[in-house]
Design a protein around this ligand. Sequence first.
Ligand SMILES: [Zn+2]
Length: 286
Amino acid sequence: MGHDILPTYEKITGIRKEFNDICPRCGSDKETLIHALKDCPKAREMLVQGGLNNKVLEGSYSWCVDWIEDVARTLDKKAFSDLITMLWNIWNSRNNIVFRETEDDAKVTWDRAAALSWDFQRKQGWRKPDPGMVKINFDANTNGRRICFGVVARDHDGFVLGGRAGVLEKNVQAEWAELHALEESIKFAQTKNWTKLIFESDCVSLINRLNKANVDLSTMGYCIKDILKMLKQCCHFVFSFIWAPHCCNKAADLLCTWASDQNCITDFDMDYPLGIHDIILSDAIN
Ligand SMILES: [Zn+2]
């Protein structure tokens, strides 16, 4: 990127005059590097999905490196490293269209970038919460007309305090299923006397929505606002929502499978289902 040597269509036209320099993804502009990574609607969709604000996406640049330098001044180290990983994935996704004629959904690209970035930074699994905090991992699978969800709450030693797993008769898409799993997590937490909670999920888009609820004007955004209102009014929770890669959410994921076999909603305390024992143990000693 810095040396502007990636083989965009505009670059190739400089060598082979008969080559068409129009962007293969949107078809509406020359495919320069800055177009491919920032200005193309396809790239922009992925950057927005990744939670990058307007400040980063504003401005008109001729050279990609000028944009990168400006952005480097406004983002902190972690966010900047996430952005670079994102751009790498955007370029890969562009190559998939050019060479394989397949394109990933913006959300899939972002999930992949986030997981990759995480892998670079810390090779480890589930993380224990601080003393006094309860961490609740939740997950959901959709399976035809049903949602299977799993919720597991653990303390700072990684001991299971309780959880819930079950099946809901709803025909919804994956992100809505995750939201229903969060609702179940909250309802379960309300039956306990926990006050300081961390909700953890491997669904990037939902965690982004939860942390930016005030600017989310979609239908889901409104549902999330209602859920947050309920959380703030009914209890004295101190709570946060964090994302973790799939490898840190295995206990909740396994509970979804378990729930699918049971075909009912089950609450448990410390006597959690045996099927998740191995993963609970390895998370605790990690
Ligand atoms: Zn384009």
